[in-house]
Design a protein around this ligand. Sequence first.
Ligand SMILES: NC(=O)C1=CN([C@@H]2O[C@H](COP(=O)(O)OP(=O)(O)OC[C@H]3O[C@@H](n4cnc5c(N)ncnc54)[C@H](OP(=O)(O)O)[C@@H]3O)[C@@H](O)[C@H]2O)C=CC1
Ligand SMILES: Nc1nc(=O)c2c([nH]1)NC[C@@H]1CN(c3ccc(C(=O)N[C@@H](CCC(=O)O)C(=O)O)cc3)C=[N+]21
Length: 298
Amino acid sequence: MSQAQIIDGKVTAERLRAEVAEEVAALKAQHGLQPGLAVVLVGEDPASQVYVRSKGEHSKAAGMHSVTHRLPADVSQSDLLTLVRQLNADPAIHGILVQLPLPKGLDEKAVIETIDPAKDVDGLHVVNAGRLAQGLPSLVPCTPLGCMIMLRETLGDLSGKRAVVVGRSVLVGKPVAQLLLAADCTVTIAHSRTQDLAAVCREADILVAAVGRPQMIKADWIKPGATVIDVGINRVPFRDPVKAAEGKTKLVGDVAYKEVSAVAGAITPVPGGVGLMTVACLLKNTVTAAKRIAGLEP
Ligand SMILES: NC(=O)C1=CN([C@@H]2O[C@H](COP(=O)(O)OP(=O)(O)OC[C@H]3O[C@@H](n4cnc5c(N)ncnc54)[C@H](OP(=O)(O)O)[C@@H]3O)[C@@H](O)[C@H]2O)C=CC1
Ligand SMILES: Nc1nc(=O)c2c([nH]1)NC[C@@H]1CN(c3ccc(C(=O)N[C@@H](CCC(=O)O)C(=O)O)cc3)C=[N+]21
């Protein structure tokens, strides 16, 4: 049986991070500007914990200023908004990322709309989402950007391809669909109410899974030779009962990687795929934001 090409996030992300590090060094030397990133983590979402760890390491390695604000799950909406406003006003900070999902009781939309659009390195503010939808320059959400870089590297021109995105979140599903459309794909967005999801997925030359359900997408959902981008980050117990009993967990995607690899033409692994690109794109967006705020880039 043929095996899918593995789309290696490590190599591509490393290259992107090296470019960012070079740019940071030049900004420091030529303009005395050090791009600064602030991440706000409320409560204990497992996927967000992975992100915070990975982001912290890499932003420091790239020479950026990086701070993480950890708030308890029961923080009040007004305290959270106060923190966001402080970060908006802080000249050392050029990128603000509030980790999603927020714990129940907090108003995600209100928090995102409080972020200064110029510092919205997640590209979630209506100004950035609207500009993306209209094809205007904007800060583009990191994960969708990372997916597109991997797709272009694997397939080259995407024009005319059938793309199916499973998931319609503001963070991943919708913006990745916008970017695929801008790349001239024929785009279908599927979600929890989609009927016969397997048949919809089988139409895809490009399948992007952003669901948050461990290994939901099976081999018989895949068109032979399709390119599969697995965005899911799910923490699950080990199958090995000894390790499981020790409470050990591992990361898996939304795609049943092993069986799908036997049908797909190319596939991203989890870990080692989209997640690494997300972090690299976050650094890149922070540099872009810093340059624009300093008036160094249009
Ligand atoms: N690798 C990375 O860098 C990143 C990974 N992630 C991960 O990606 C996954 C998705 O994240 P996010 O978009 O924020 O998640 P959300 O929970 O916001 O959205 C999930 C989407 O999946 C849909 N969905 C849920 N269950 C099903 C189902 N059974 N069949 C079809 N569709 C379904 C939902 O549909 P409906 O709208 O109808 O409810 C929704 O649109 C998570 O695992 C997250 O941790 C997220 C960001 C970055
Ligand atoms: N506002 C907001 N924006 C996000 O982009 C966002 C978010 N909230 N909430 C949580 C999810 C999840 N997410 C990840 C990013 C990188 C890795 C990552 O670096 N993964 C590596 C490391 C894995 C490991 O450490 O084992 C990998 O997949 O190889 C994981 C998860 C971003 N998210």
